[in-house]
Design a protein around this ligand. Structure first.
Ligand SMILES: Nc1nc2c(ncn2[C@@H]2O[C@H](COP(=O)(O)OP(=O)(O)O)[C@@H](O)[C@H]2O)c(=O)[nH]1
Ligand SMILES: [Mg+2]
Length: 207
């Protein structure tokens, strides 16, 4: 099986509303996080080569649960709730902030985090909070600057360079790339990063 095919195996496992409902803390997980509307569902669907794995919403802020997708071999993609949506009540916001913080701090199966940011406004305060939490436990983090098609190639390149420079200084474990679900660009690089974290077994030889 090629590695692109491994992500095509992704199937919905379950969605949870708090940490008590999490599946057993075994195997390998890579979580996806970002502001609501940052393009998380679109990215997950493209990476998995499935049109409707994670619902793409015109109404931001609705995915208020943690969704687990199973890849097989005890490997999982985890869709974390989007943060930063203004119309969410303060109590809901507090609940999810605590859930995210505790999940990132405690989850043993968590092997890496994909952090999505709209290329037109990267590194907001809440994104930096996420980076801090990852940094605290030395969790490898890979940033997708999403919707790269919204900028010219030159403009997008400048944002990439500036973001990389900030990361190098403050979060040396983090890496960054441009991504567009609309154009399908950057998907191979994300899969390569995921491959490194999932450490897939070598395919059986064809002999
Ligand atoms: N132009 C453009 N729009 C995108 C891209 N990715 C997502 N969108 C749009 O941004 C909105 C939010 O996308 P969604 O994947 O639901 O974001 P989520 O809230 O982070 O899961 C939708 O209207 C998408 O069609 C992209 O690469 N380019
Ligand atoms: Mg979504």
């Amino acid at each position: 099986m090629s590695n692109a095919d491994r992500y095509r195996q992704a199937g919905f496992l379950l969605g949870v509303h708090d940490l008590q409902q999490l599946p057993p803390d075994t195997g390998l997980e890579v979580a996806f996080a970002g502001r609501s509307n940052s393009g998380k569902s679109s990215a997950l669907n493209l990476i998995a080569g499935q049109r409707a794995l994670a619902r793409i919403s015109k109404t931001p802020g609705r995915t208020q649960q943690i969704n687990f997708f199973e890849l097989g071999g005890q490997r999982f993609l985890v869709d974390l709730p989007g943060y930063g949506y203004a119309k969410v009540s303060e109590s809901v916001r507090r609940h999810w902030r605590r859930v995210l913080q505790d999940y990132l701090a405690q989850r043993q199966a968590l092997t890496g985090l994909i952090l999505l940011m709209d290329v037109r406004r990267p590194l907001t305060e809440l994104d930096l909070q996420m980076l801090d939490w990852c940094h605290h436990r030395s969790l490898p983090t890979h940033i997708l600057l999403t919707k790269a098609d919204k900028l010219s190639r030159g403009q997008a390149g400048v944002v990439l360079m500036k973001t990389a420079a900030t990361l190098k200084q403050d979060y040396p474990g983090a890496t960054v790339q441009l991504f567009s679900a609309l154009k399908g660009s950057g998907v191979e690089s994300v899969r390569a990063r995921l491959d490194g974290w999932f450490d897939w077994p070598a395919p059986a030889s064809q002999a």
